[in-house]
Design a protein. Sequence first.
Length: 197
Amino acid sequence: MPSELTTGQAVALGVLHGPAELLPVSSSAHVALVPRLLGWEYARLPGDVRKSFEVALHTGTLAGLLLITPRPSARLALLATAPAAVVGLAFEDPIEQRLGGPRATAAGLLAGAAILVAADAHGDGRRRPGLALALGLAQATALVPGLSRLGMSVAAARLMGLPRREAFLVGRQVGLPVVAGATALKGFRIARGGLPR
């Protein structure tokens, strides 16, 4: 069993993760499933090695998003981030332990696609109040492996009456503080425990 991620695999997963973050698909699910499909040893690497690498991926993604995504207003950022922060802090470990396997992750990808298609079909263009809270709840559901944060945000925005282009824009905007917060928290935990080589 290898003790570290190879450079080629790291580059390939980085190339996969970055663009996937701009699409309504779960980038983390792809990083978990693609190595399995290709027969890589990634899933058998120590948990601290995988976590450290995933934090690095999200840090790079955040840097890219900050360059291309307009910042949300403070009110929108707070309301759309609070539910995800509360659920993440309370249930992150149980969710990962019970739903983190490849089958559950694949099921999450399929469920997310179905939710996105259904929401897009039922988005009637009539704007409804409570968009920020709906986005926050949607982002909280994306803690389930396989569900895309952007996908769930776009689905919520479409159901709240936003047109597609605006739904994608606001989904990316409200994702900035969530990705930043999750990256900082996981990075802090890893740094406190020591970085693997």
